[in-house]
Design a protein around this ligand. Sequence first.
Ligand code: OSB
Ligand code: MG
Length: 381
Amino acid sequence: MTYSPISIRQITLNRLNMKLNAPFTTSFGTFQDKEFYIIEVEDEEGNIGFGESVAFSSPWYSEETVKTNKHIMEDFLIPLLFEAPIHHPDEVSERFQPIRKNNMAKAGLEGAVWDLYAKRQKLPLYKALGGNKEQIDVGISIGLQPTVKGLLQLVESHVESGYKRIKLKIKPGSDYDMLKEVRREFPNIPMMADANSAYTLSDIETLKKLDEFNLTMIEQPLSHDDIIDHAKLQQQLGTPICLDESIHSLEDARKAIELGSCRIINIKIGRVGGLTEAKRIHDYCLMKGIPVWCGGMLEAGIGRAHNIALTSLNQFILPGDTAASASYWERDIIDPEVIVDKGVIHIPQKFGIGYDINREALDYYCVEKNVFQESNYKVET
Ligand code: OSB
Ligand code: MG
């Protein structure tokens, strides 16, 4: 394989604002639109890699926001990328290591370097990561709905279009009765629930009753920063617990698995600081026999493409949340958009993330652009 270090010459931060087709409600709040960064990393030959930073505008899901992403990328991470050439994308997370946390800011830049690397190697990103699936099974996450009737209609339409599992958001007061109605209408579909940290151990009786519904898992029932109480809860539940918010690294995954805090892990590239760390968690879970799946952050096309590539790895045995572009956006920023055919995404074979960038759409949604040049960061000699 050809091999030459990547010299990054220019990095562009595009801030985009896109309106969701429909509001998306979780136990912690409602999203109407999404503001985020699309990151372009350009090398000495003019190749460009693309990344998407997935933080939201408000620190509800995690402490990072669109603004903290900008601060950390601009003032700390971008200068580190300009410091020296990069031989392999795995070096990026190492180089970012002195900067604590801020995983979504790190992952946005690292993802762009992975895309650039794959393009230089003339490989689709999924192959550069070591994946070998041709297609992946996907599910869909449905937000909290104002009425059960409306929810049942949504579930029906997604089941009919072939999604491989349905994820329903729950919170106290919108859990047992709601799930019971959905289960009655759809006795056999693979179904799971995501609480986004809305419960405490004092709700254990409610959570135990959910065992009735044969859910494939319950995602993050307890606090975003807990693994102790989740272990206590898992001992009392028949339904497997899946951790989302609590897992930020391979170390977090190891501790949660050792404690018995979960039986399944949701891997989100942004939450764990990039594809390299996501792959390490995947490899560890493969060794431990823990199934993983790829979570979502209401991404636009570039983030979605990274999720698809990651999901090509073998231990992603459960369908993830990477649904079709059209379920979120009137028009996505990639060409073609992500299409789901009977619950399946065919992994694109083009080099890098596998999708072209729709520049016209990107410019349409772009509200601010900042360009950083390596020549301005050169140490004077
Ligand atoms: O917990 O997975 C989550 C959306 C926003 C914030 C957190 C979550 C979600 C979802 C939807 O469940 C994921 C998606 O469809 O991209
Ligand atoms: Mg979740």
